[in-house]
Design a protein around this ligand. Structure first.
Ligand SMILES: NC(=O)c1ccc[n+]([C@@H]2O[C@H](COP(=O)([O-])OP(=O)(O)OC[C@H]3O[C@@H](n4cnc5c(N)ncnc54)[C@H](O)[C@@H]3O)[C@@H](O)[C@H]2O)c1
Ligand SMILES: O=CCc1c[nH]c2ccc(O)cc12
Length: 494
């Protein structure tokens, strides 16, 4: 498959184990190939009737699925993981075409996706409650039960992976799921839906509805939906929490960030520079946990900045399907303009563009209408600048000098977000002392943006709550039933 050739003609909703056109809809959307600006799919946004049909289909599947043992569910998840691994390159290609990230990165995303399914397959068989002895031979026990029909709503930056991180624990716990991807990236999740069916999941266990805010609202408001797991922006997260509160539905919110990366003068410089690149430029900088406020201790500021600029200028931008490309186009033109707007504002506020920050036009004529820009490093940044305070969600790193540990901690925590943070130092005691003070759900020591599925991921403060990945996520997709058993006679107080 080469850039500029892929189009989707099949239906993009998935219900009852097959692709379907929505039963009703409110308007159509177009999905793009960011590398060329071409429309690759046109689809209808699902209306209330289609959402209800998806919920009914999921309810029917839930009835079958909840009765299966953990080991039976595990086998189906393992088979799905195997198929994803087998079809990794094909899925990654679709992801790259619709999202714009380099094929190199998309392949890693798909690897983390099948690993997530394998991990929860491993946990499915050991889901259990406890037995508690009570006086007189009476006893109690708890049963860990699924919630029912869960809804997943995703952002556009990791389309397949977001669907995997939500569906794997949901299905492992015995739930059914309806997933709504971002209307910008509707395509790859259909492959996941087909794979679950091929692996033996009952029809309706994993359904897909397409659409934007209105479709998302129908899902959150539906009376038979038991839980909503959302990945996206803070403003939308607030709306989803509000809607879900009407039905007392639990929510998981994976929201935005403006994370600090703290580089002490005793760091391994080469690793710190690599860490800063990983913290800022994966997926064109469109990553929620990026460490975009790079605090550098003053003694090494010049050397670090020189090296990070040198490495940033070397990033190969271009056709994302080429093996040696390391940065593709941004998701769409309005987003590209928004990111460039942040850079203009930063300049006006006194920041200095040390490299990049302008449009990039690849030599290949078929890419001339794509949404490319050169990754940017901003120097002379101050804490009160917009580029340092707000989430840009593009390839823009702000470098900020600091002098002392106490000062940098104060400044690092001075944000309403709390998704991630990083520290580079050779002093192991300082690393843990700093981590203990950082107000962030995910902290990296001497690395950044690695995502082992065994570790929980999620935010503090306005970056959300609930967790994805790790053992703890089982608790977010299940509930405890307590059973109290009397072995004697009832001692009534009446
Ligand atoms: N914390 C994380 O794990 C994480 C991961 C990826 C992205 N993000 C954040 O997401 C943002 C970018 O993604 P985005 O632009 O797709 O976010 P977004 O909030 O605009 O949209 C996310 C999803 O919500 C849907 N939606 C929009 N309005 C809705 C409503 N009223 N009710 C129900 N659903 C609604 C959208 O259609 C989309 O599927 C950034 O802020 C980024 O930091 C966070
Ligand atoms: O973009 C934010 C971090 C992230 C990377 N992959 C995934 C998958 C699911 C999420 O909720 C967040 C993320």
């Amino acid at each position: 498959m080469s850039t500029g050739s892929f189009t989707v003609s099949q239906a993009l909703n998935y219900r009852g184990g097959k692709r379907v056109q929505p039963a009703d809809g409110s308007g159509t959307e177009e999905a793009y190939e960011p590398a060329t600006g071409r429309v690759i799919a046109t689809f209808q946004c699902s209306g209330e009737k289609e959402v209800d049909l998806a919920v009914q289909s999921a309810k029917a599947a839930f009835k079958i699925w909840r009765k299966k043992s953990g080991m039976e569910r595990s086998r189906i998840l393992l088979e799905a993981a195997r198929i994803i691994r087998e079809r990794r390159d094909e899925i990654a290609t679709v992801e790259t075409i619709n999202n714009g990230k380099s094929i190199f990165e998309a392949q890693l995303d798909i690897d983390i996706s099948w690993q997530c399914l394998e991990y929860y397959a491993g946990l499915a068989g050991s889901m259990a409650g406890e037995h508690v002895q009570l006086p007189g031979g009476s006893f109690g026990y708890t049963i860990r039960e699924p919630l029912g029909v869960c809804v997943g709503i995703g952002a556009w930056n990791y389309p397949f992976q977001i669907a995997s991180w939500k569906s794997a624990p949901a299905l492992a716990c015995g739930n059914a799921m309806i997933f709504k991807p971002s209307p910008f990236t509707p395509v790859s999740v259909l492959l996941l839906a087909e794979i679950y069916t091929e692996a033996g999941a009952p029809p309706g266990l994993f359904n897909v509805v397409q659409g934007g805010a209105a479709t998302g609202q129908f899902l959150c408001q539906h009376r038979d939906v038991a839980k909503v797991s959302f990945t996206g922006s803070v403003p939308t997260g607030k709306k989803i929490m509000e809607l879900s509160s009407q039905g007392i539905k639990p929510v998981t919110l994976e929201l935005g960030g403006k994370s600090p990366l703290i580089i002490f003068s005793d760091c391994d410089m080469e690793n710190a520079v690599k860490g800063a690149m990983m913290a800022n430029f994966l997926t064109q900088g469109e990553v929620c946990c990026n460490g975009t406020r790079v605090f550098v201790q003053r003694e090494i500021l010049d050397k670090f900045t020189e090296e990070v600029v040198k490495q940033t200028q070397k990033i190969k931008i271009g056709d994302p399907l080429l093996e040696d490309t390391r940065m593709g186009p941004l998701i769409n033109r309005p987003h590209l303009q928004r990111v460039l707007g942040f850079i203009e504002q930063a300049k006006k506020q006194g920041a200095k563009v040390l490299c990049g920050g302008d449009l990039y036009v690849p030599g290949d004529p078929k890419l001339k209408d794509g949404y490319y820009m050169k990754p940017c490093v901003l120097g002379n940044c101050k804490d009160d600048m917009t580029c340092v305070k707000e989430e840009i969600f593009g390839p823009v790193m702000s470098v900020l000098p600091f002098d002392t540990e106490a000062e940098v901690l104060e400044r690092a925590n001075d944000t309403t977000f709390g998704l991630a943070a990083g520290v580079f130092t050779r002093d192991i005691q300082r690393a843990h002392r700093v981590v203990a003070e950082l107000q962030a759900g995910v902290c990296y020591v001497n690395n950044y943006n690695v995502s082992p599925v065994e570790l929980p991921f999620g935010g503090y403060k306005m970056s959300g709550f609930g967790r994805e990945n790790g053992r703890v996520t089982i608790e977010y997709y299940s509930q405890l039933k307590t059973v109290c058993v009397e072995m004697g006679d009832v001692e009534s107080v009446f």
